[in-house]
Design a protein around this ligand. Structure first.
Ligand code: NDP
Length: 286
C-alpha cells in the first residue's frame, strides 16, 4: 500500500508533498528506471536540477508513467553558469524542454552565487506567466536569504539546504519560519556519512519504534516541518524511506537526536573560496 504523503502549503499557495525523491548521483544509465521505480513506490515529488544533468531521464520516466501531470510535483534548479536574468530565462526553457513539461512546480536558484538577483527577476516573471508554479532558492545561508528577500518584492517559497543529524540548521529553520519560507532538506540522510545508519543514538531510537535509523532521521526532519527528498537506487529502500507516516518520535527522541549536531556542513562548504570557484567553473554537456 502506498503511504499518504502530507502536503505542505507554500507562501504562494502552492501545495508541495512533504516527501520527495532526490535524483542526484543516480547513475545516468539507470536514472529513467530508478525514477520509474520511485513513482511506482508512491513518490510524486521529484527533485532534479540542470546541473545534475538528469532532467531528460526524469522527463522520460514521467512520460512513461502516464501519471496525471496535476498529481506530480517536479522541482528543477537553475545552475550558477546560467545566472542572470536573460540566461536564466533561456536556461529554464531548456530545462522544461528536457523534462518534456509545460511548467515546473518549483524552480530554484541552485546556488547563492553570480547574478542571482537577475535570476530571481527571471523566475519571478516565469512564475507570473504560470511556467514556474512556485519559486525559491537552494543553498542560501540566512545572510543571503535576507539579502534576497529584503531587496526584492517576492519571498522565496522554498529554500533547499543541507540538513541531517550532523548539520541540523536550527537557526536557518527559525529564520525561514519567521520569513515564511518552507525549508527542504537535501542530503537528509547525510549520504550515510559519519556512519549515520549505525549511529548509536539513532539506532537506539529506531529499536524502540521497530524502525530503521534512516526512517528515524526522515521522521525527525518531517516533525520539524522540514520537507525531505532522500535518494536511493533500491526499490526496497525507497519504500522503507517512505514508510514514516505511521509512527511518531517522542519529545525525548527529538531531544536526543539534537545531540549529534556539529553545526557544520559534512558535504560542501559554501563559504570556502575554492568551493565557490569549483561551482562556477564546472562545465556541463547539456
Ligand atoms: P541522501 O541523504 O538522500 O543519501 C543518499 C544515500 O543514502 C545513498 O548512498 C543511498 O544509497 C543511501 N540510502 C538511502 N536510503 C537508505 C536506507 N534506507 N538505508 C541505507 N542507505 C540508504 O543524499 P543525497 O545527496 O542524494 O540527497 C538527496 C537529494 O537532495 C539529492 O538526490 C538531490 O535531489 C538533492 N540535493 C540537492 C543539492 C542542492 O545543492 N540543492 C545538493 C545535494 C543533493 P542507495 O542509493 O545505494 O540506496
Amino acid at each position: 500500500m502506498t503511504a499518504k504523503i502530507p502536503q505542505l502549503t507554500c507562501n504562494t499557495g502552492t501545495r508541495m508533498p512533504a516527501f520527495g525523491f532526490g535524483v542526484f548521483q543516480v547513475p545516468a544509465k539507470d536514472t529513467e528506471h530508478v525514477v520509474a521505480q520511485a513513482l511506482e513506490a508512491g513518490y510524486r515529488h521529484l527533485d532534479t536540477a540542470a546541473a545534475d544533468e538528469n532532467e531528460a531521464a526524469v522527463g522520460r520516466a514521467i512520460t512513461a508513467s502516464h501519471i496525471a501531470r496535476a498529481d506530480l510535483f517536479v522541482t528543477t534548479k537553475l545552475r550558477v553558469q546560467d545566472a542572470g536574468e536573460l540566461p536564466s530565462r533561456d536556461a529554464f526553457g531548456r530545462s522544461l524542454d528536457r523534462l518534456g513539461l509545460d511548467y515546473a512546480d518549483l524552480s530554484l536558484i541552485h546556488q547563492p552565487f553570480g547574478d542571482y538577483c537577475g535570476s530571481w527577476r527571471a523566475i519571478k516573471a516565469l512564475h507570473h506567466e504560470g511556467l514556474a508554479r512556485a519559486t525559491g532558492t537552494s543553498n542560501f545561508y540566512p545572510d543571503r536569504l535576507v539579502d534576497l528577500i529584503d531587496h526584492n518584492e517576492v519571498v522565496p517559497a522554498v529554500n533547499q539546504i543541507e540538513a541531517h543529524p550532523f548539520f541540523q540548521r536550527h537557526g536557518d529553520l527559525k529564520m525561514m519560519r519567521e520569513r515564511g519560507v518552507q525549508m527542504t532538506a537535501w542530503d537528509p540522510l547525510g549520504q550515510g556519512r559519519s556512519d549515520l545508519f549505525d549511529h548509536p543514538v539513532l539506532t537506539a531510537i529506531a529499536k524502540t519504534h521497530d524502525r530503521t535509523a534512516a526512517q528515524v532521521v526522515l521522521r525527525w526532519l518531517l516533525q520539524r516541518d522540514i520537507a525531505v527528498i532522500p535518494k536511493s537506487v533500491h526499490l526496497a529502500r525507497m519504500r522503507e524511506n517512505l514508510a514514516v507516516f505511521d509512527f511518531s518520535l517522542t519529545d525525548d527522541d527529538m531531544t536526543a537526536i539534537a545531540g549529534p549536531d556539529t553545526g557544520a556542513s559534512t558535504a560542501f562548504d559554501h563559504h570556502d573560496p575554492a568551493s565557490v570557484a569549483f561551482l562556477g567553473t564546472t562545465r556541463f554537456t547539456t
